[in-house]
Ligand binder design. Sequence first.
Ligand code: AMP
Length: 124
Amino acid sequence: MVSSPSPSGDSTANDTIFGRILRGEIPCDPVYSDGQCLAFRDVQPQAPVHVLVIPRQWIPSLAEARLEDQELLGHLLLVASQVARQEGLSSWRTVINSGAEAGQTVFHLHVHVIGGRPLAWPPG
Ligand code: AMP
């Protein structure tokens, strides 16, 4: 089981792969960027369109998000919807894995935007 780091809003302590992408230490394939978030293509796409929307602020997972983050969380969802439109999708799925047993592997909050093929339900 992968353990999650302690909750922290300190981006300098963000040693995750997404923290490194935000600092420009490793490349990504961006599709959208603004002052609050960055969206880029997943390196192991699970569908023809698979984009990740991440906040610039480090929140390890949805479990660590607080009420004061509500504007940021709303922004991430609206950007996810905008990215889906931009990618030409009429149907898509947004996924937020929270915790290792739910499939979270990168402990920097992210919204998956997945589409471009029929998606089964329930997920595995
Ligand atoms: P999760 O399993 O919900 O934590 O999602 C993490 C996602 O990050 C996975 O879908 C990975 O394929 C993706 N990922 C990991 N490293 C990178 C990277 N360097 N660039 C883009 N996507 C990545």
